[in-house]
Design a protein around this ligand. Sequence first.
Ligand code: MF3
Ligand code: CO
Length: 253
Amino acid sequence: MSLILNQDEIKSLKKCGSILSSALQETIDYLKPGVSGLSLDKVAETAIRRMGATPSFLNYGDAKNPYPATICLSINNEVVHGIPSKEKIIREGDVVSIDIGARYNGICTDMAKSVIVGKAKNNSDPKLLKVTQDSLNRAIAILAPGVFTGDIGYEVQSYVEKNGMSVVKSLVGHGIGRNPHQEPQIPNFGKKRTGFKLLPGIAIAIEPMVNAGAGDVITASDGWTVKTYDGSNSAHFEHTILITDKKPIVITA
Ligand code: MF3
Ligand code: CO
């Protein structure tokens, strides 16, 4: 199947991206100490449906253990894919990563942001968030037709490591559009001029996952929650971006 989206699909992608970024903003606005994961998930799901889209993570994956929620809620040493629940309560100083996906007219978008709730507990947390967000912005800045996925990975990894932090290598960004995840893979590490060459009309999700300590991760017994192996904090920023023959368009801005 072609990865190139047609004009109608690009229209849906843009609409889906604006719905998704509004839904994430509503969810972040609701974040405060004492709030539960379940209530955050309801805010996100209600927002997406109110705007005419559907949550794309809900029931995603293996039929034996499908993803059970609208958002991934990953706190402190959780890297990604944390499951929001009634028991998971937000506390002052938490590093909270919210990842969210939607489908509109059959077209998908995906994004994530990390925030610190109230006053930071760790001196290094604000830098962790800034380096992660900046690594995503730096990768977006080099996008153009003819750029390789390895160029993106190189940009993210070299910036993160220069700042004394680590990228997670066992999880990657991805193509997106007709499916929530599709080709090509977008690793957060790599060598320039290697991998897949980008073309106009391809949409990708770039999603640096950055650990304050080492890059190793483990998956919890729920089969989803990915945590840092060394217990250090982790941050995650993600945008869906459309490659065009001019400047790239950040679909989830
Ligand atoms: N943004 C995440 C990713 O691309 C979403 C994963 S949750 C899932 O990996 F349920 F969709 F798997
Ligand atoms: Co993604």
